[in-house]
Design a protein around this ligand. Structure first.
Ligand SMILES: [Zn+2]
Length: 252
């Protein structure tokens, strides 16, 4: 059985001092690829560094998370452009009106600038959207040529339908295993299997049965197991289809 973790923060150095062991467990769990996602310049650089160290196994995205955009300078965009040339996607980028660590205007501005960067390079985008689906979908509709994934999708059926209409993928984390996540399970039931991606978002969102511990890519297996159960299909079929989706989306 082959799996891909499409969203991992192995670039958070403090969380993964034991990285070689973490990667060994991932390989034993059947992972054939891990996409390491940047949230700012520093973690984007680190993601690329990891991709160079484990070629073909680790792939990097570069981008600035809505929480971090208030720190961006014009020089940062020059560097981001250079880094993006070596990345498989731009992300994670988006709008987060739940925490609002950066002012909303800046979030909108930097989302659009990074969408334009993705479009100019022909790269797909990894989106982080919280309590801003209406506005995000409105902006994204202006970029019809972009391939996009809503990482850790947190909307309802209505938002899922709109995202699918834009041609987007929806990505599922370990939240799907949480007892209270019936809404998300409903969304997973609704979304066609060929538009779903699996991720851990590690070190966060550790699935049952390891909830409370640090998350790592090997645990994407538990996300797959739960999605398969919801869809009423064998875990192998879920793994196969979501792996095809990940390969197609990221071009890996
Ligand atoms: Zn993330």
């Amino acid at each position: 059985m082959e799996l891909v973790d499409t969203h991992a923060h192995l670039n958070f150095k403090e969380s993964y001092r034991d990285l070689p062991e973490v990667l060994e467990r991932a390989q034993k769990a059947g992972l054939s690829a891990i996409v390491v996602v940047g949230i700012d310049l520093k973690t984007s650089r680190r993601a690329l560094e990891l991709a160079r160290s484990w070629p073909g196994f680790i792939h990097a995205t570069v981008g600035v998370h809505p929480h971090e955009v208030r720190k961006l300078t014009p020089e940062d965009y020059r560097e981001l452009q250079d880094l993006a040339a070596q990345a498989v996607a731009i992300g994670e980028i988006g709008l987060d009106f739940a925490k609002e660590y950066s002012p909303r205007d800046l979030q909108r501005e930097h989302l659009e600038r990074q969408l334009e960067l993705a479009r100019s390079l022909g790269l797909p985008v990894v989106l982080h959207v919280r309590e801003a689906y209406g506005e995000a979908l409105e902006i994204l509709a202006r970029y019809p040529s972009l391939s996009m994934v809503f990482h850790c999708f947190a909307g309802g059926i209505a938002e899922a339908r709109q995202a699918l209409d834009l041609g987007a993928y929806l990505s599922v984390t370990g939240i799907v295993t949480f007892p209270k996540a019936e809404n998300l399970r409903e969304v997973v039931r609704f979304v066609p299997l060929d538009r779903l991606l699996l991720e851990t978002d590690c070190p966060f969102l550790t699935p049952v049965p390891f909830r409370g511990k640090r998350n790592e890519p090997a645990y994407v297996r538990y996300v797959c197991e739960k999605v398969a159960e919801i869809k009423g299909i064998p875990i192998e079929e879920c793994a196969w289809q979501t792996t095809q989706n990940a390969r197609r989306f990221f071009g890996i």
